[in-house]
Design a protein around this ligand. Structure first.
Ligand SMILES: [Zn+2]
Length: 279
């Protein structure tokens, strides 16, 4: 049985808090304004979403009046039905997400009923300003990366960015089959452009990051793409790939990412470079 649980809200900036929800150790954000609060991401089941709403309102002492879903993966989206009566926001590409095989598989594994799940009510393409009871919260899409529906959530007055799973500090990023490996660094450039020396970056999983760490992870993701491109051009097969390069992430991350990277680069036409014949 999957164990669902949730830790306490801990401060990351002025009236901005993060709680960790299991089973996926996902960071749940809470932005408290003078008269209302906004929740970022919803946990892995409707019951967990309800628990998050109750805990957030009890902690904040004000109502939760909006929830932002940073992308469609189960640990961020599947709690949404539990945030009853709370207006919800997400990227346009979430439309139809619950009909995908991936969503069905995740629901079955968690023991969550797929037909109970919902996508956010308010979908948008690029940017949305959300009022946290007198406080400005901006949800921003910088293009495809970890998925096609990634949002960053920026709280300008606190100098905090929630990056969703575009960044992770529990091990390396999650390069799933629905990622956009080549575009990912470009999406991160949108986030990096927001950062000051003091910005607190909250990744989708793991402890907060500073600007330097976020830049470094962007470079590592781009570097990973470049290394795989090089291996393909040299004709190195997938089964020999891991031992053929020095990688910028841990072995678990790379071994999971390599088949995805090989498939995506091959589909993009990257292959063995033929040498010209000697005359
Ligand atoms: Zn994810």
């Amino acid at each position: 049985m999957t164990q669902f649980s949730m830790g306490a809200f801990k401060p990351v900036a002025d009236q901005v808090f993060v709680a960790v929800a299991e089973p996926a150790a996902v960071n749940i954000g809470l932005v408290i304004g003078p008269d209302a609060a906004v929740v970022i991401d919803t946990g892995s089941s409707p019951a967990q979403g309800a628990q998050i709403k109750a805990a957030a309102e009890s902690f904040a002492g004000v109502r939760v009046t909006a929830v932002v879903v940073t992308h469609g993966h189960y640990d961020h989206l599947f709690g949404l039905p539990g945030l009853t009566d709370v207006p919800s926001y997400g990227h346009q590409s979430l439309s139809g997400y619950l009909d995908t095989t991936a969503a069905g598989v995740a629901a079955a594994e968690l023991g969550v009923t797929l037909s109970e799940l919902t996508i956010p009510q308010h979908l948008f393409h690029l940017a949305k300003v959300i009022d946290a009871g007198g406080r400005r919260v901006e949800a921003l899409h910088f293009g495809p990366g970890h998925t096609n529906a990634d949002l960053a959530v920026y709280i300008p007055d606190a100098d905090v960015v929630f990056a969703g799973d575009l960044l992770e500090s529990n091990g390396g990023p999650d390069f799933g089959p629905d990622c956009f490996l080549k575009d990912w660094p470009v999406a991160l450039d949108g986030i990096l452009g927001l950062l000051t020396e003091n910005t607190v970056v909250v990744p989708g999983h793991g402890p907060v990051m500073d600007r330097l760490t976020a830049f470094s992870q962007r470079a590592s993701i781009a570097g990973f793409y470049g290394l795989v491109e090089n291996l393909l051009q040299r004709g190195i097969k997938l089964e020999d790939a891991y031992s053929s390069a020095e990688w910028p992430f841990d072995e678990v991350t790379i071994r999971a990412a390599l088949p995805v990277a090989y498939a995506q680069l091959a589909a993009a036409g990257v292959g063995s470079r033929r040498q010209l014949p000697m005359l």
